[in-house]
Design a protein around this ligand. Structure first.
Ligand SMILES: NC(=O)c1ccc[n+]([C@@H]2O[C@H](COP(=O)([O-])OP(=O)(O)OC[C@H]3O[C@@H](n4cnc5c(N)ncnc54)[C@H](OP(=O)(O)O)[C@@H]3O)[C@@H](O)[C@H]2O)c1
Length: 240
């Protein structure tokens, strides 16, 4: 019986699925996607908890269930679900702006709020928020997406400081990760010319793999990373 539970949002594919496969031998996983049929394979001993985060009522129910059914043994929350609609802001419809704000930023904020209440009681816990290289450097045609990702960095740093200031424990850590160009569904949709441009600019001369990020998450959750807190970790092959 695996005693520690870990929530991974956006675990049906891409980075989230790689993280789930990496952590599955060691933790009981609570795996999230918009719908149960988003998962093409089921990881043994895992629990599915689905919600469309663009719908505030579904997020609210998700957080209630997380606390009620998993609060006693939740060890970590990995806010990985995200989406992007790339275009100049002048042409960005309101529904796309709202979806990026809701899924990429509002949902992690409320999941952090739920997790921090749980961790305060349990006196231990780790939050990892999946930001992006564009949250630091910006990117044309991704202004709203980049703004949500910058928000996650500030959210993580602030919560790490808040936990230290308020809670009767120093075992709560809050971090963000900024991946560069990682091969996934999200990046498959980019044009060949854009991919070529990035490849030329990456010192490691390859795109990242979801497993590169999964290895980092596994380390950050371990005791060996117990002094890494309140910071943003870049994983980008040297791309600036
Ligand atoms: N790939 C990269 O190069 C890269 C770089 C930097 C940062 N990131 C970040 O890393 C994270 C994962 O990226 P990825 O490339 O692995 O993405 P992906 O393959 O497109 O997977 C996105 C995940 O988010 C979920 N999701 C999408 N819309 C949602 C909604 N409305 N409500 C709830 N969940 C929703 C999806 O669930 P369904 O399957 O049900 O739709 C899926 O599980 C994202 O936060 C992304 O911004 C990625």
């Amino acid at each position: 019986m695996k005693e520690r539970k870990i929530l991974i949002t956006g675990a049906s594919k891409g980075l989230g699925l790689a993280i789930a496969n990496k952590l599955a031998p060691s933790y009981h996983l609570i795996l999230h996607a918009t719908r149960e049929d988003s998962f093409s394979t089921i990881i043994p001993d895992s629990t599915l908890l689905c919600a469309d985060f663009s719908e505030p009522s579904q997020l609210e129910q998700f957080c209630k269930t997380l606390k009620k059914e998993h609060g006693d043994s939740l060890y970590a929350a990995i806010n990985n679900a995200g989406l992007t609609f790339d275009k100049p802001i002048n042409y960005q419809p309101e529904n796309e702006i709202d979806a990026m704000l809701n899924v990429n930023l509002r949902a992690p904020i409320f999941i952090c709020k739920t997790a921090m209440k749980i961790f305060q009681q349990n006196k231990t816990g780790v939050i990892i928020n999946m930001s992006s290289i564009v949250g630091e450097g910006g990117n044309a045609f991704q202004s709203v997406y980049a703004a949500t990702k910058a928000g996650l960095v500030a959210l993580s740093k602030s919560l790490a400081q808040e936990a230290a200031a308020l809670y009767d424990t120093h075992n709560i850590r809050v971090l963000s990760i900024s991946p560069g160009f990682i091969e996934s569904n999200m990046t498959d949709s980019l044009g060949e010319d854009v991919k070529e441009k990035y490849l030329n600019a990456i010192p490691s001369k390859r795109f990242g793999k979801p497993d590169d990020v999964a290895n980092l998450v596994e380390f950050l959750l371990s005791e060996n990373a117990s002094y890494i807190n309140g910071t943003n970790i870049q994983i980008n092959g040297g791309l600036k």
